[in-house]
Design a binder for this molecule. Structure first.
Ligand code: PGA
Length: 256
């Protein structure tokens, strides 16, 4: 199986927290979260908070991610924020989160361009993929994951693919507070790795995260899965500093 790597824990704050609240939350994380050698901690606040937080965070302990970005670098596109504008502020960006795919109609072609734009601007994309309840019931999980991987990575070279992150987020478990079962996560992550292996030859080297319904009590069982999960994408629980610190601590204990 894959070699042991630092666990990557990303807190996706979604459309929560004002600039002031974001600053308070980061101050709490600084105070209560010890530096962990085995874990890379990343937070993804809303766009407005990114710039002020970039001046406040201790980057050796916490890195920033954006939740999205636009695929053109500049131009007459009212209301958008490009990866070129984000490039010196964030290390990572989520791309293709299911809330954007479903609620905002973001198609496979747009996700593909955003992944490419991220890489072009030196930002590591966290490509979010996952099936809906209906797709799972219809037995289409593998087809959906395959399509999202093939299209999402299509404009990258194998050298670029090796450095990106894929987050498996079953849509049916997002926001429920109940994670998918370990065997369900195992099957999906193993399938993702085998797809990336077939397409780019780096299935074991790419970082794959799990997200959806993650709470502190699930961390050890999820990260202990044999298909090797490189970390977690945490939504609701990342808004509570106490829970987020517990998640990071539990991940830190997973060192083998
Ligand atoms: P959740 O969200 O942890 O609240 O399920 C995860 C996500 O949407 O990234």
């Amino acid at each position: 199986m894959t070699t042991s790597r630092k666990k990557l824990i990303i807190g996706n704050w979604k459309m929560h927290n004002t600039v002031q609240q974001s600053s308070t939350l980061v101050a709490r994380l600084h105070k209560h979260m010890l530096p962990h050698r085995n874990v890379e901690v990343v937070i993804a606040p809303g766009f407005l908070s990114l710039q002020p937080l970039s001046l406040e965070i201790d980057r050796r302990r916490i890195k920033l991610a954006s939740q999205d970005g636009y695929y053109k670098d500049e131009g007459a596109v009212t209301g958008e924020v490009s990866f070129a504008q984000l490039r010196n502020i964030v290390h990572y960006s989520l791309v293709g989160h299911s809330e954007r795919r479903i609620q905002l109609g973001e198609g496979l072609d747009v996700v593909q361009k955003k992944v490419e734009a991220c890489v072009r601007n030196g930002i590591t994309p966290v490509l979010c993929i996952g099936e809906t309840t209906q797709e799972r019931r219809a037995g289409e999980t593998k087809r959906v994951l395959h399509d999202q991987i093939v299209t999402g990575l299509a404009n990258l070279t194998a050298e670029e693919v090796i450095n990106i992150v894929i987050a498996y987020e079953p849509v049916w478990a997002i926001g429920t507070g109940v994670s998918a079962k370990p065997y369900e996560i195992h099957d999906a992550v193993a399938y993702i790795r085998s797809n990336v292996q077939d397409l780019y030859g780096c299935g074991e080297h790419i970082r794959v995260l799990y997200g959806a319904g993650v709470e502190p009590e699930y961390v050890q069982s999820i990260l202990g899965i044999e298909a090797e999960i490189d970390g977690l994408l945490v939504g609701s629980a990342s808004l509570n500093w106490h829970k987020f610190v517990k998640i990071v601590e539990a991940a830190n204990r997973m060192k083998d």
